[in-house]
Design a protein around this ligand. Sequence first.
Ligand code: ZN
Length: 290
Amino acid sequence: MEPSAEYLRSLFLPMDTPARVASVVGLAFGLLVLRYFLGVGLARLLARGRGLTASRRQLRSELLWSIAASAALAGLVAAGVQAYESGWTLLYFEVAERGWGYLAASFGIVLLVHETYYYWVHRLLHLDLFYRLLHRHHHQFVTPGPWAAFSFHPLEAAVSHAVLPALLLLIPLHPAVICAYLLWMAVSGAVNHLGAELYPSVADGRSWASRFARAAVGRTFIGATHHSQHHRLYRYNYGLALTLWDRVAGTQHPEFDADFDAASRGPVSGPTPDVQTSPSQIAASASMSE
Ligand SMILES: [Zn+2]
């Protein structure tokens, strides 16, 4: 007999025993690790062999931190499931209830809210205390690889994504939007850390219209050039997937546009991979170059 949705649901919910809590966390963890591999795989496929190759040590470190961060994110998913069980969320399951327009708009809202939240959390994470406690793990390598997509201390991962389960309580969301956003984050995170610029620059387009459209994509969404400048120079480019807040708050690297055009056909410029950094080291090298 084919198991019904209700039967499957009863295996995990309600989360009233340690075993059921562990089942929900375990299932979420498995799916989050799967999306991480999918995101990296897709980014590498799109890069078609371009990008820097990391050492075994770097690869292992980025992989382990990303898996540890996925465990923390699984805890957030379980919190969201519990909130749903308690009747606190505005989740809805029929697209027709609010229409396709709302479905698309709600994805945009999640993207913008998380972008805004992440940008300011990231600025705080670069304060010396939080950097040393948490964020230095993400900056372990000056030239990260795509496997660094979720290479965060688990506590940092939980804090920087806490706004997502909170959104479930504030705006009506369809589960498909949440799944699509989680997948988008995985691809975007891998693309940011790829070491090769995937987004086309203005120089790639033929007609004026295509040049404008291509440049608008490349300058709106954060790619490898943008995030590589963050890893190299530490005090620019704090955005997650959009350049929006770096432009508004004046933290975008002044050479971004020029570097982006130069990198659109090759690897992003940067020092040798596998270099350890700290804020004081970077501050010292920045003041030497000024
Ligand atoms: Zn950072």
